[in-house]
Design a protein around this ligand. Structure first.
Ligand SMILES: *Cc1c(COP(=O)(O)O)cnc(C)c1O
Length: 390
């Protein structure tokens, strides 16, 4: 391994040369079943021919022109995302952290416009919002924050899934402007709140004039079996951030807003050199059209249910397995002990999985996975977890 990379990652000693669908091939030509999808990024799977063709064509025409000019693909993508979500306007950037930075800036500016000069944003324990200073300050993990103090201020933290705790804040704080929350926590160990959680947060925000801001960086773009996770509830957010699945691996992030929140940013208040360039927007537009044409969110719902049901059947009664949970194709298997070792064990069995929050196996496969591949995944994983616990 090169001595010239900063040591920010604990990498597995393997590199992949190419892929097809849910399969990745290493330098020896060995084939791996991918249940990570580049961390919930490649929903369409690897080597998708329609995406490859669209990107080649766009690359040979024009890749980047800057936001000094109109970008028709960016306009088309904004229209499509608003059509799918019910939001009104979009700001494009290049990552999840940047999409959340835009949301945080928007909320603060909204506060200042209302005369609140020390605006605060409610955030959750165990949340993950990114690695920039503002987003790591919003993140509910000491591991992410340690060593980077002083943190960015203006965040108030409550337990995830506890709407009453959010409601109580209104009694003691008069400077809250927004609630920032993941509909389902991903990095936090695939945490699924009560079904009415978002609706209750919506009501609290409406009652207090706060913005409801959803971090759908991981849960958006079909991952949970709907286009967006909030579509499992009965409400709309004021702000929503997207990234991971949006460009199928070509970096793109988006901050969407609705109603008054959509009018907060005015020229000069925010920007990005790369954000929403023709190449990245082509990746996102193609991702959305292939997903719509093949009802890939629907596939994520049914195959995700199959994976969960199968794992519950095979592991539900196994001592050491605490819970199998998830929504669509974000699935967690929580064990009663740290299980990072499972990643290596799976690799030896030609299976790619992820462990998050120390003791939760997280499955976030390509959304195009079929029944046969899902059965192979559950067979392999159940055997591995059984072997690990015994
Ligand atoms: C991955 C993730 C982010 C950060 O995205 P980056 O593209 O790595 O900056 C933010 N929020 C959530 C919920 C995520 O899962």
């Amino acid at each position: 391994m090169s001595e010239h990379l900063m040591q920010t990652y604990g990498r597995q000693p393997i590199a992949f040369t190419h892929g097809e669908g849910v399969w990745l091939y290493d330098e020896n030509g060995d084939k791996y079943l991918d249940a990570v999808a580049g961390v919930a990024v490649v929903g369409l799977g690897h080597g998708h021919p329609v995406l490859a063709k669209a990107l080649c064509e766009q690359a040979s025409r024009v890749i980047h022109t800057s936001n000094l000019y109109r970008i028709p693909k960016q306009e088309e993508l904004a229209d499509r995302l608003c059509g799918l979500s019910g939001m009104d306007r979009v700001f494009f950037c290049n990552s999840g952290a940047e999409a959340n930075e835009a949301a945080i800036k928007l909320a603060r500016l909204h506060g200042h416009n209302k005369g609140i000069d020390n605006p605060a944003i409610v955030v959750m324990e165990k949340s993950f919002h990114g690695r920039t200073l503002a987003t790591l300050s919003a993140t509910g993990s000491r591991k992410v924050q340690a060593g980077f103090e002083p943190l960015v201020g203006g965040f108030v933290r409550v337990p995830f899934g506890d709407a009453d705790a959010v409601a109580k804040l209104a009694e003691h704080h008069n400077n809250i402007v927004a609630v920032l929350v993941e509909p389902y926590q991903g990095e936090g160990g695939v945490q699924i709140p009560q079904a009415d959680y978002l609706d209750r947060l919506r009501a609290i925000c409406d009652g207090n004039g706060w913005l409801l801001m959803l971090d759908e960086v991981q849960t958006g773009i079909g991952r949970t079996g709907k286009w967006f996770a909030f579509q499992h509830s009965n409400c709309l957010p004021d702000v929503m951030s997207l990234a991971k699945g949006l460009g199928s691996g070509v970096p793109i992030g988006a901050c969407l807003a609705r109603g008054a929140a959509a009018e907060v940013f005015t020229p000069g208040k925010h920007g990005s050199t790369f954000g929403g360039n023709p190449f990245a927007c082509t990746a996102a537009l193609t991702t959305l059209s292939v997903m719509a044409a093949e009802d890939i969110p629907g596939n994520a719902a049914s195959i995700g249910t199959f994976i969960r049901d199968t794992l519950k059947r095979e592991l539900g009664q196994v001592p050491g397995v605490r819970e199998v949970r998830g929504q669509g194709m974000i699935i967690g298997v929580e064990l009663d002990r740290p299980c990072g070792e499972l990643v290596k064990m799976a690799l030896a069995e030609k299976l790619l999985i992820n462990v998050t929050s120390d003791n939760v196996v997280r499955l976030i496969p390509p959304l195009v996975m079929n029944r046969e591949e899902a059965a192979l995944l559950t067979d392999k994983l159940a055997a591995l977890i059984w072997a690990f616990l015994n």
